[in-house]
Write a protein that binds this ligand. Sequence first.
Ligand code: HEM
Ligand SMILES: Cc1cc2nc3c(=O)[nH]c(=O)nc-3n(C[C@H](O)[C@H](O)[C@H](O)COP(=O)(O)O)c2cc1C
Length: 490
Amino acid sequence: MRLISAQEVSKHNKREDCWVIIHGKVYDLTKFLPEHPGGERIILKQAGKDGTAAFDQIHPLDIIKQYLPPEAFLGEIDPATVVKTAKVETEEDKRRRLAIEKKPALSEMLNLYDFEAVASQVLTAEAWAYYSSGAEDEITLRENHNAFHRIWLRPRVMRNVLNVDSSTKILGHHSSFPLYITATALGKLGHPEGEVVLTRASYKQKIIQMIPTLASCSLDEMISARGEGQIQFFQLYVNSDKNITKKIVQAAEEKGCKALFITVDAPQLGRREKDMRVKFVDAPPDVQGEHEIRRDRGAALAISKFIDPSLNWDDLKWFMSITSMPIVLKGIQTSEDAILAAKYGCKGIVLSNHGGRQLDFARSAIEILPEVVDSLKKEGLLDSIEIYVDGGIRRGTDIFKAIALGAKAVGIGRPMLYAMSSYGQEGVEHALQLLKDELEMVMRLMGVNTLADIRPEMVDIKNLKDHNFVPKDYLFSNVYDKPIPRRSKL
Ligand code: HEM
Ligand SMILES: Cc1cc2nc3c(=O)[nH]c(=O)nc-3n(C[C@H](O)[C@H](O)[C@H](O)COP(=O)(O)O)c2cc1C
């Protein structure tokens, strides 16, 4: 085994020649730099240095074996040559430390916006930007929330609602209420343990977790964190290399994941400017200037082999040949594609615009739901496929409205990250309990005992398509972080 000195590594500190130490091993990341979906800049900050701490905050160790070619590994670092430096507390570290010390008790969290307000203070600037940002003007991000406010309720009374049962089945698997935790990448940005926190909380609350391809934890870690009988689904970003994709899918199936959710709304990454702006802060000097970074330079170049832009309907046959997990398409946004998904044999679709992070001005899932249900019904396909929606779910009423309009369940993303980042597993459990309690209260107030009793005529959707009609919403406005550049940067 080749031993490499720290001094030798430090010479390879530029874009054209970039070595990084990760867990005592030296890698040549020069060729990988332009492909890194997180951008070149982030890796260049670690060029010629030990990048372990920065790497561990984001990635599971096995990502290297999975995606880097073996020749990128150069040798082991010679420990005798490493000079240890003490970490000093920066202004930002201090701000966060104080915010964590001063945060309210978990019992004071009365709704999901309360978690968001705490998370905005306790997260690092990078994590907050990554989690909270949406594409471009964030019109779709806000619309995901606003659309629910254009649906009103028509409660029935005198219906004996002593007993209310919100449990359901999703693809045949039990769920204590019609909600699952959807895939969100990079959990360790918010909590040192990452997505396993969501695994444990889902188990406690008897709901299903969807595991992301690009999690911070390894698949093995998330599988090992599973409780007895716990159900997990797997979210897939299709890699351009079919062998890698096949390996990922078959590993998920072997390890007991019960469905494959293929993300279809991200042939390239959306332009999330709030997130991009944070990455400009602290850039190493050799990265400033005209040689800009793929992802930071703009969406047009943010294509990576981690997400295959050539994915198309014909590929579904191949997926069905490599797995017997039911296939669900995540990111359907029109009735035409919903019909195609059903015709191609998919067992489910998620109406989703990726939490407003991809195409700005995509409509909200809840707005699309009625037309998707109508078209599937007309084609006689409604019974062959389950429909889920995600984006902007923050209240029990939101869940009720989605079920009334024909969804089997809803997915939830950011609020779980916020609850995890501010209060860990207990926080996620509490946030889920709040939602379940809200839903059961709404069911009682609406005069229904089970989800099957929730009918389309219980919601008034005449304003749903009128995008100007939105009631003033103080809680949302209070936590919404506007994508407005700081003045000093203008
Ligand atoms: C010192 C080395 C590395 C550091 C510091 C690093 C850091 C990061 C960061 C901060 C992100 C998030 C970007 C964002 O906010 O959107 C990211 C994304 C990503 N990185 Fe790395 N990374 C490193 C090496 C690697 C390696 C070696 C691989 C694979 C072989 C890899 C694969 C990925 C992938 C797939 C993503 C996309 C996740 C997403 O945006 O959803 N990274 N990386
Ligand atoms: C921080 C973050 C990371 C995400 N990562 C992924 C991902 O890796 N794969 C994916 O299919 N969707 C991803 N999504 C989209 C979510 O699965 C989901 O569609 C969206 O978050 C739902 O909206 P909500 O956050 O308003 O609940 C991500 C969303 C966020 C906020």
